[in-house]
Every structure is written in C-alpha cells, then in structure tokens.
Design a protein. Structure first.
Length: 77
C-alpha cells in the first residue's frame, strides 16, 4: 500500500489529534476515494458531453415536454 503525506489545516488539527493513526488513515482514505471518484466521473462526463449536440435550450424544451407528459399521465393537467 502506498503512503501519502497529508497536510492538515490548523482548524482541523485539534479534531485529528483526538483520533488514533488507524482511524485517521481510514477517514483520509475514504475521503480520497470518494473525491477522486467524483472528479473522474465529472471528467468522463465532460468527454461524453463534448460529443453531444444537445443545447441548453433543447434540454429545457425536452424537459418541459417530459414534465407535461408526466403531469398529464397522473391527471395533474
């Protein structure tokens, strides 16, 4: 397993001192995994969206049509 040096901001240092090394390692590992997954998903979405011909206006139009159809189906219109 790789090691990573992490600098803790002063405002979090007090909180981290109350945790043992294993707990702190688990927290940082989980946060790193969650955040890196999020960043990679956004990068992947950007790649996909660059090929899209969907405009904001078209997305709003289609969304409005879908909303109307759902409302009609459920007797709200």
């Amino acid at each position: 397993m790789a090691e990573l040096k992490v600098e803790i901001p002063d405002e979090l240092e007090v909180l981290t001192k109350s945790l043992d090394k294993k707990e702190l390692s688990e927290i940082v590992s989980r946060a790193l995994k969650d955040r890196s997954t999020e960043v990679l998903l956004f990068k992947y979405a950007d790649v996909i969206l660059k090929k899209s011909k969907m405009t904001d206006e078209l997305a709003l139009k289609l969304g409005g049509e879908l909303k109307d159809r759902i409302a009609k189906r459920h007797g709200l219109m």
